[in-house]
Write a new protein. Structure first.
Ligand SMILES: [Zn+2]
Length: 58
């Protein structure tokens, strides 16, 4: 099996740390199917799902 690309299939949101994955259009979406991040109190945040950047091991 070749490696399947740069991002793992499920990553973690860099803003809210919830799991994020790609929707059918290739856009990142949270595992709870919301594009917009929510803070701990459940309020909408100003950020949308985006995977955290992981350093490649050298
Ligand atoms: Zn998020």
């Amino acid at each position: 099996m070749p490696t399947t690309g740069f991002w793992p299939r499920v990553s973690r949101c860099r803003w809210c740390a919830n799991p994020v994955l790609r929707d059918n259009d290739g856009a990142w979406i949270h595992a709870n199917l919301a594009y917009v991040c929510r803070d701990r109190s459940g309020g909408l945040a100003a950020t949308t799902a985006e995977p955290e950047v992981t350093r490649r091991a050298d």
